[in-house]
Write a protein that binds this ligand. Structure first.
Ligand code: ADP
Length: 633
C-alpha cells in the first residue's frame, strides 16, 4: 500500500469510510457546493482558537507573530483557490490521522445506513458532518501545506490528493505556522475565481467567524476589477454571542450554529442570553434540527464550546450540560472563570455548577415555550430528542416536574406511535371517577396497543398510555406521580379501578372469586413454581388469561429488557390471572384428563401475548396440536 517516490514522499491509502464519504459528497452535495468554503473557514477558525488557547500556557507558540487570521485568495491563471490560516497547524502524524481517517465512533454503522438515494444520503451526510473533505466537491486536487506552531521550519508537511483512493504526504520547509489549503478547481467551477463571488459566499456563511477573514482589496477600473496590494477584512469578525440580540439576524444565528454545531442543517430553535449576578456569563444554546447519527454514543464530541472572556477554552465541555441534554449545541462565555481552567477543575467547580444549572433551566424554558407556542416544532423536537430528554426524569431531580410536563406519550387513543399527548392533556381528559394515570409497557407500539391487559380499559373507554421505548421503564420507575395523580401499570398488582367500577361489578367479582376457588387452586398446583399465584381477573374481556407482576416486583417487560442487555434481573414469578367468563376457562372447570396440558397452554399463551419467550416452545406447539385434535374428535 505504501509506495515511496522520493526520500520522504509517501503515498497512503484512505480509510475505507473516507473513500465512501468522498464519493458520496462529490455526487450528492453538488447542488450545495458553496458550503465547502464555510467548512474550510470553520476549520481554520477552530485552528486559530486552539492556538490561542495553547499559547495561554506557552507564549512561544506565537513565534513572535500573534496575529490570528484567515486569508482567502485565488489565482485565475492556475485556477486555484487558497484558504490559509495562522492557527495551530498540524504535524505529520496529525495530518495522516485527521485528513486520512474519520475519527468518529459509529462511522462504519453510519455508512451501512446510506441508501444510494442521493437526496436522502445528502441529508444523512449533513448529520454526519462534512468538514474538510467537502473541498472535493469543487476541486479535483487538493494540496495542504501545514506546520504545527512551535515546530522548526523544516517540519512542514505537504498533503495532496485527487480525492480518489489515496493521498501523498511529504516533509517540506515551511516558514509560516498554520495551514494553507489550495484547491485545484474542477472544470466548470471558474466562477469561484472572482473576488466578489467569494466575498458574497463568505458574508453569507462565515460572517460570524471571530477571526478576520482577509482578502486582497479590489477596485473597479476600466470595466473590470483590479487587485490592490492591500488587504481588507471581509467578515464582521466579532464574537456573535457577545453582540446584543437585536443586532443579530435570524440568518446569522443559523450560520453560526452550523459552525459551532458542525451541522449541515438549520437548528430548530435557540436561546441567547447574558446572565448577570453571582456568575456572569453569556449563553447561546441551540436545539439541532436533527439528531446526530451518534446521539446514543455518550462519548460523542461536539457539545458546548466554553469561552472565557472571548478566549476559546475547550470543545465539548460536557460539564456545562447534563447528559440528558447532550443534544444541545452552542457557546458559553464566562466572565469569571480563570483562563487556565482545565477539565479537571471544571468537574469540581461550584461556578460551573451554577452555570450548568442556569443553562439547563434556559433549555427547559425554551422547550416549554415551544411546547406551548409552537406545537409543530415541539413535535419535531420530540421525535428527534424525546427519548434522550426522558432520561432526565431520573437524572435531574430538581427539574423533574418541568421535565415531566415536557414528556409526550402515545396512548390507546392513537393510531401510531407518533401521535402523542402530554401528561397534562391525559389528565384533563380522564374519565369521571378516574383517579390514576394508567400505562402499559411493552417492547413495541403494537405489542403495547394489543396487550390483553388493556381489555377492560377499552371496554370502559379509559385511556391508557402506551410505553414502548426502552427508556420508558426507567421513566415510570422514577415518576410515581404527576400533578398528584399516581402512575399505575395496568399489568401490575391487583387492579383497583376505584370509582370506575360500580358496586354491582365489585360484588360480582367477589362472587366469582369464590366460585372459581377450586379451579384457581388446581391450576396453581399444576403450574407449581412457574407462577406465584393464580386468581380470577376482571382485566380481561376477550382473552382467557394474562400475566401480571406483583405490586413490588419487576414488570415482565423490564425483566426481559435487562436480560436482553446482559444484566441480571431478580427472578420473580408472575401472577396468572384467568378470565371467568371465557369459554376456555369454563371448559377447564370440567376437564380431568388433560388438565395439566390445558393449564400449561393457558400460561404459555399469556406469556406470548405480553411479548415473552417460552421456555419450551416445541412443547407448547405439541400440546396445542394435541388439544386441537381432541377437540375435533
Ligand atoms: P471536524 O472539523 O468535524 O473534526 P474535519 O474533517 O473538517 O472534521 O477535520 C478533521 C480534523 O482535521 C479537525 O478536527 C482538525 O483537527 C484538523 N484540521 C482541519 N483543518 C485544519 C486546519 N486548518 N488547521 C488545523 N487543523 C485542521
Amino acid at each position: 500500500m505504501t509506495e515511496t517516490t522520493t526520500a520522504s514522499r509517501e503515498t497512503l491509502g484512505f480509510q475505507t469510510e473516507v473513500k465512501q464519504l468522498l464519493h458520496l459528497m462529490i455526487h450528492s452535495l453538488y447542488s450545495n457546493r458553496e458550503i465547502f468554503l464555510r467548512e474550510l473557514i470553520s476549520n481554520a477558525s477552530d485552528a486559530c482558537d486552539k492556538l490561542r488557547f495553547e499559547a495561554l500556557h506557552n507564549d512561544a507558540l506565537y513565534e513572535n507573530a500573534s496575529d490570528l487570521n484567515i486569508r482567502v485568495s485565488f489565482d485565475k491563471e492556475a485556477r486555484t483557490l487558497t484558504i490559509a490560516d495562522s492557527g495551530i497547524g498540524m504535524n505529520r502524524d496529525e495530518v495522516i490521522a485527521n485528513l486520512g481517517t474519520i475519527a468518529k465512533s459509529g462511522t462504519r454503522e453510519f455508512f451501512t445506513k446510506l441508501s444510494g438515494d442521493q437526496q436522502k444520503d445528502a441529508h444523512l451526510i449533513g448529520q454526519f458532518g462534512v468538514g474538510f473533505y467537502s473541498a472535493f466537491i469543487v476541486a479535483d486536487k487538493v494540496s495542504v501545506l501545514t506546520r504545527r506552531a512551535g515546530e522548526k521550519a523544516d517540519q512542514g508537511v505537504r498533503w495532496e490528493s485527487d480525492g480518489g483512493g489515496e493521498f501523498s504526504i511529504e516533509m517540506v520547509d515551511r516558514a509560516a505556522r498554520g495551514t494553507e489549503i489550495t484547491l485545484h478547481l474542477r472544470e466548470g467551477q471558474d466562477d469561484l475565481l472572482a473576488g466578489y463571488k467569494l466575498r458574497e459566499i463568505i458574508k453569507k456563511y462565515s460572517n460570524h467567524i471571530v477571526q478576520p477573514i482577509l482578502m486582497q482589496k479590489e477596485e473597479w477600473k476600466d470595466g473590470k476589477y483590479e487587485t490592490l496590494a492591500e488587504d481588507e477584512t471581509v467578515n464582521q469578525a466579532s464574537a456573535l454571542w457577545a453582540r446584543s440580540k437585536n443586532e443579530i439576524t435570524e440568518e446569522q444565528y443559523k450560520e453560526f450554529y452550523k459552525h459551532v454545531g458542525h451541522d449541515f442543517d438549520d437548528p430548530l430553535a435557540w436561546t441567547h442570553a447574558r446572565v448577570e449576578g453571582k456568575q456572569e456569563y453569556t449563553q447561546l444554546l441551540y436545539i439541532p434540527g436533527c439528531a446526530p447519527f451518534d446521539m446514543y454514543d455518550r462519548q460523542a464530541r461536539h457539545g458546548i464550546k466554553l469561552y472565557v472572556r472571548r478566549v476559546f477554552i475547550m470543545d465539548d465541555a460536557e460539564q456545562l450540560m447534563p447528559q440528558y441534554m447532550r443534544f444541545v449545541r452552542g457557546v458559553v462565555d464566562s466572565a469569571d472563570l480563570p483562563l487556565n481552567v482545565s477539565r479537571e477543575i471544571l468537574q469540581e467547580s461550584k461556578d460551573i455548577e451554577a452555570i450548568r444549572k442556569g443553562c439547563t433551566g434556559k433549555v427547559l424554558g425554551l422547550l416549554a415555550d415551544l411546547a406551548e407556542n409552537d406545537k409543530e416544532k415541539y413535535t419535531r423536537f420530540w421525535s428527534e430528542f424525546g427519548q434522550v430528554l426522558k432520561e432526565g426524569v431520573g437524572e435531574d431531580f430538581a427539574n423533574k416536574d418541568k421535565i415531566a410536563a415536557l414528556l409526550r406519550f402515545a396512548t390507546t387513543k392513537a393510531d401510531t406511535n407518533e401521535e402523542t399527548v402530554s401528561l397534562k392533556d391525559y389528565v384533563s381528559r380522564m374519565k369521571d371517577g378516574q383517579e390514576k394515570i394508567y400505562y402499559v409497557t411493552a417492547d413495541s407500539f403494537n405489542a403495547a396497543k394489543n396487550s390483553p391487559h388493556l381489555e377492560v380499559f377499552r371496554k370502559k373507554g379509559i385511556e391508557v398510555l402506551l410505553l414502548s421505548a426502552r427508556v420508558d421503564e426507567w421513566v415510570v420507575s422514577n415518576l410515581p406521580e404527576f400533578e398528584g395523580k399516581q402512575l399505575v401499570s395496568v399489568a401490575k398488582g391487583g387492579l383497583d379501578l376505584g370509582a370506575l367500577e360500580d358496586a354491582a361489578e365489585k360484588q360480582e367479582q367477589e362472587k366469582q372469586a369464590d366460585e372459581f376457588k377450586g379451579l384457581t387452586d388446581k391450576i396453581k398446583t399444576s403450574l407449581a413454581d412457574k407462577v406465584k399465584e393464580v386468581r380470577i381477573t376482571h382485566r380481561l374481556t376477550d382473552s382467557p388469561a394474562c400475566l401480571v407482576a406483583d405490586e413490588h416486583d419487576m414488570s415482565g417487560n423490564l425483566a426481559r429488557l435487562l436480560k436482553a442487555s446482559g444484566q441480571k434481573a431478580p427472578i420473580s414469578q408472575p401472577i396468572l390471572e384467568i378470565n371467568p367468563t371465557h369459554p376456555v376457562v369454563l371448559r377447564l372447570k370440567g376437564e380431568e384428563q388433560r388438565f395439566d396440558d390445558w393449564a400449561a397452554v393457558l400460561f404459555d399463551q399469556a406469556l406470548l401475548a405480553e411479548g415473552g419467550q417460552l421456555d419450551d416452545p416445541a412443547g407448547f406447539v405439541k400440546r396445542v396440536n394435541q388439544l386441537m385434535l381432541e377437540m375435533g374428535a
